[in-house]
Ligand binder design. Structure first.
Ligand code: PLP
Length: 397
C-alpha cells in the first residue's frame, strides 16, 4: 500500500470519545458502569424543538439550503447576539456549520498559513490542538494553573508571543475546567491582542451553562477593536441538548466568513436543513428548558464538588460554568495499588474503570496529568454512586 497522509497520521483520536466508547462497551456487556465521561447534556432535546423539526420535514424543507445557512436562522442568531451579548452583526458576518467543531475547523482554515502559531489555554479541549495541526498551524500552550482558577495569566500569555503568533484562543466557560473569565480578565486579553495585532477566537459554546451570579461576557463586546479582531463561536449542542443534531454558528469579520463559506461549500455544503429549522425554534422559542437544565446542573455540581473535597487525597475547584470538574489527583500519582504504580492520569482512569467500573477522562487528554475530568451531565443518583465508588477506590491506594 502506498504511504498514507503524514498529516492525518499525526492526528490523535479523541480520548474523551474513546473513554465513552469503552464505558459503553462495558455497559453493553451488562456491567454496571458509572460514566463521568460525557461531553453532552443527559437531557433530551426539548419538545418544541423536536416538533419544529417534524414540521420542517412535513413542509418539505428537506433540500439543500445556502451554504452559510437559511436567512431565518441567521436572523435568529443575530437577534441572540444582540440581546444576549450586546453584539451587532449583519447576515454576511454570520454563518452556520455542522456543529461547533466545524466552525472551529473553518476558522483555523481561513486564518492560518503553514507555521502560524495559535495560543491555546492548557488544560485545553481535546480537539483544539488537532484542529490547529490539521490547518497546518502550531498550537502553543499557555499553562493556566489551578491556583489561578485555570485562567490565562497575561504575563505568561504575552511571553509566548512570537512573530508567528496569529491568534489567541479563548474558551469561556471552559471545557475542561469550568473557568469563566471576568470582564477585567477579558479586557487584559483584548489589550494584548490589540498590542500584537492578533485574532481572538472566542469559543462560547457553554455560554448559557453558568452558575451562581456569574455572567457570561463575550470578549468581542468589550471594544470596537475587540469586536473587529474576534471571531465568536457558539452552537446548539450544549445549550439546547442538541449534540446529535450538529449545528454551530460563527460571527465575525465578513471577509473571514466569506472564506469559511467557500471552504464549507466544497466540504459539507449547508448543515442539515431540518436541524436549521429546529434551531430557529430553539433560539426564538421558550427558554424554560434551558433554565431547568441549568438548575439541575448546579445541584449536581454542588454535590460533586462537596463530595470530592471531602475525600482524602482528592480535591477540586468549584467550576463556575460548563458541566465538568477537574479533580486533582496529584496526591495519588506515584502511589501504588495492586503492585502497580499509578504513574499518571491514564493509569488512574484505567484502574478506576477496572476496579470500580467508573469512567473518567484522564487529564492527559487535556494536557494536565495531575487531574481527571468528571462530567456532571449525568443523574444525581449516578453522581452519588460514582463518587462513593471513587472514595472506596482511593481509600485502598
Ligand atoms: N467547543 C468546546 C469547548 C466543546 O467542548 C465542544 C464539544 O464538546 C465543541 C466546541 C464542539 O461542539 P459541537 O461540535 O458538538 O457543536
Amino acid at each position: 500500500m502506498k504511504e498514507l497522509s503524514n498529516k492525518i497520521k499525526d492526528i490523535s483520536p479523541s480520548l474523551t470519545l474513546a473513554i465513552t466508547a469503552k464505558a459503553n462497551q462495558m455497559k453493553n456487556q451488562g456491567i454496571n458502569v458509572i460514566g463521568f465521561g460525557a461531553g453532552e447534556p443527559d437531557f433530551n432535546t426539548p419538545d418544541n424543538i423536536q416538533n419544529a423539526a417534524i414540521n420542517a420535514m412535513k413542509a418539505g424543507f428537506t433540500k439543500y439550503t445556502a451554504t452559510s445557512g437559511i436567512t431565518e436562522l441567521k436572523e435568529a442568531i443575530i437577534k441572540k447576539f444582540s440581546s444576549d451579548n450586546n453584539l451587532n452583526y449583519t447576515t454576511s458576518q454570520v454563518m452556520v456549520c455542522t456543529g461547533g467543531k466545524q466552525c472551529i475547523y473553518n476558522v483555523f482554515s481561513a486564518i492560518l498559513n503553514p507555521g502560524d502559531e495559535v495560543l491555546v489555554p492548557q488544560p485545553y479541549w481535546v480537539s483544539y490542538p488537532e484542529l490547529i495541526k490539521l490547518c497546518n498551524g502550531i498550537p502553543v500552550y499557555v499553562r493556566a494553573f489551578e491556583e489561578n482558577n485555570f485562567k490565562y495569566q497575561p504575563n505568561i500569555l504575552e511571553n509566548l508571543i512570537t512573530s508567528k503568533t496569529k491568534a489567541i484562543l479563548l474558551n469561556s466557560p471552559n471545557n475542561p475546567t469550568g473557568a469563566v473569565y471576568s470582564k477585567e480578565e477579558l479586557l487584559k486579553i483584548a489589550e494584548i491582542a490589540k498590542k500584537y495585532d492578533l485574532y481572538i477566537i472566542s469559543d462560547e459554546m457553554y455560554e448559557k451553562l453558568i452558575y451562581d451570579d456569574k455572567k457570561h461576557i463575550s470578549i468581542a463586546s468589550l471594544s470596537k477593536d475587540a469586536y473587529e479582531r474576534t471571531i465568536v463561536i457558539n452552537g446548539m449542542s450544549k445549550t439546547y441538548a442538541m449534540t446529535g443534531w450538529r449545528l454551530g454558528y460563527v460571527a465575525g469579520n465578513e471577509e473571514i466568513i466569506k472564506l469559511m463559506t467557500n471552504l464549507q461549500s466544497h466540504v459539507t455544503s449547508n448543515p442539515n436543513t431540518i436541524t436549521q429549522y429546529a434551531s430557529v425554534e430553539a433560539l426564538n422559542g421558550p427558554q424554560e428548558s434551558v433554565f431547568y437544565m441549568i438548575r439541575e446542573f448546579k445541584k449536581r455540581r454542588d454535590y460533586m464538588v462537596n463530595k470530592i473535597n471531602s475525600i482524602n487525597n482528592l480535591s477540586c475547584l468549584k467550576p463556575e460554568g460548563a458541566f465538568y470538574v477537574m479533580m486533582n489527583i496529584s496526591k495519588i500519582i506515584g502511589k501504588s495499588y495492586n503492585n502497580t504504580i499509578i504513574k499518571n492520569s491514564l493509569v488512574f482512569a484505567d484502574m478506576l474503570l477496572e476496579d470500580q467500573k467508573v469512567a473518567v477522562v484522564p487529564g492527559a487528554a487535556f494536557g494536565e496529568d495531575n487531574y481527571v475530568r468528571l462530567s456532571y451531565a449525568t443523574s444525581l443518583n449516578n453522581i452519588k454512586e460514582g463518587l462513593d465508588r471513587i472514595e472506596k477506590f482511593v481509600a485502598k491506594i
